[in-house]
Design a protein around this ligand. Sequence first.
Ligand SMILES: C=CC1=C(C)c2cc3[nH]c(cc4nc(cc5[nH]c(cc1n2)c(C)c5CCC(=O)O)C(CCC(=O)O)=C4C)c(C)c3C=C
Ligand code: FE2
Ligand code: FE2
Length: 345
Amino acid sequence: MNSVFPAPSLRTANHPPVRSGRVGVLIVNLGSPDAPDVPSVKRFLGEFLSDKRVIEIPAFLWQPILKLLILNLRPRTTAQNYAKVWTPEGSPITAITRAQATALQGAFGPDVIVDWAMRYGTRSIPEQLKALMDQGCDRILLAPMYPQYSAATNATVVDAANAAIADWRWQPALRTLPPYYDNPDHIDALSDSVRAAVAALDFVPQLIVTSFHGMPQRTLDRGDPYFCQCQKTGRLLQDALMRDGLTTPVKVTFQSRFGRAEWLKPYTDATLESLADQGIHRIAVVCPGFAADCLETLEEVAMEGRETFLEHGGTHFAYLPCLNAGDTGVAMLKTLLARELAGWV
Ligand SMILES: C=CC1=C(C)c2cc3[nH]c(cc4nc(cc5[nH]c(cc1n2)c(C)c5CCC(=O)O)C(CCC(=O)O)=C4C)c(C)c3C=C
Ligand SMILES: [Fe+2]
Ligand SMILES: [Fe+2]
C-alpha cells in the first residue's frame, strides 16, 4: 500500500510553508459591549439575543420584537448599568477573562498557547481560532467558562467553533472542556474562596445565598441539565463548607430574569425581599455559576441585590467575589485543563 500512496506526483509536490504541531487552549466567556454606551450595547445585545440557542422563539416572531422593541428600549438602562461597573481595563468580564488566560500562559509547556475569546462581541471565536491555527495549533481545546452546562452557553460556543472551521481545508482537532459543576477541584476552590471571604467579614452571616444566572423554566422542561447542575453545585458547596467547619446553610437561587415567561425559581430578588421576614438579617451572597465577575454579579447582585435586601429589613449584606483570576481559581482551571489535554501534551 505504501508504495502506491501517496501518488508519486504528490510526493514530489512543493507544499506551501505551514506551521503545525502545537496545541491551543481557547478560554471562552460570554462577552460584553465594547463600551458602556447605547450604540455599543445595542450592537452587543443585537448579536447575543439573535442567537437561537439563547432565545428559543422562531426568528419570524422574535426578530420583529427584538428589533422594534427590545433594541430600542433596553440598551439605555443596560448601558447605564455597565457604566456602574466598567473598569479602566474595560468590562469586568473581559478584563478577568484576559487575566485568566494570561495567568495560564506557559502553564502547560512551551508548545501550548493559551488564548481567550468571547462568544459575542469583540474578540470572536472565529478570529481567535484562526489566530491559534496561524501559530501552528492543529489541536485546540475549547474551554467555555461555564461551570454548569446549558444550551444557551456551552452549546453555542461549540456551534460557533464548528461554524468557524466549517469551510477550512485544514481543520484543527477540537476538544471541549466539559461542565465542571461537580468537579471536586472546582468545589474545593469554591469552598476555600467562600470560607476565606466569610472569615474576613465583620459580621457572621446567617445564610449563604448562591445566585446562579436564570434560564426560562421551559428549558428545564425540554431537558437542559442546567437547573440540576446548579442544584448540585450548591449542595456540594454546602457539604464542602460543612466538612471544613463552616456550618452556615446554603440556599440556591436564580437571578437575571429576562422577559415575561416563567424562569427557574426561586428568584434571587424575591428571595432577598423575603429573608428578613424569616428572621434572616445577615447574609453573604456568592455566584458559583459565573467563572468571572461581570455585569450580572457586580451590578445586579452586589449593588441592586444589596439595596433590595437592606430595603426589606436586612442589616448586613456581603457579596463574595467569583473565582476570577485569583490564585485559587487559576490553580483549579490549570488542573481541569491539564486533565483535558492528556494525550496532547
Ligand atoms: C452564566 C451563565 C449564563 C446563562 C445560563 C445565561 C442565560 C441567559 N442570559 C440571557 C439574557 C441576558 N444575559 C445578559 C448578560 C449576561 N449573561 C451571562 C451569563 C449567562 N447567561 C453573563 C456572564 C452576562 C454578563 C455579560 C457582561 O458583559 O458582563 C444580558 C445583558 C445584560 C442585560 O441587558 O440585562 C442579557 C439580556 C438569556 C435570555 C438567557 C437564557 C436563555
Ligand atoms: Fe445572561
Ligand atoms: Fe441582569
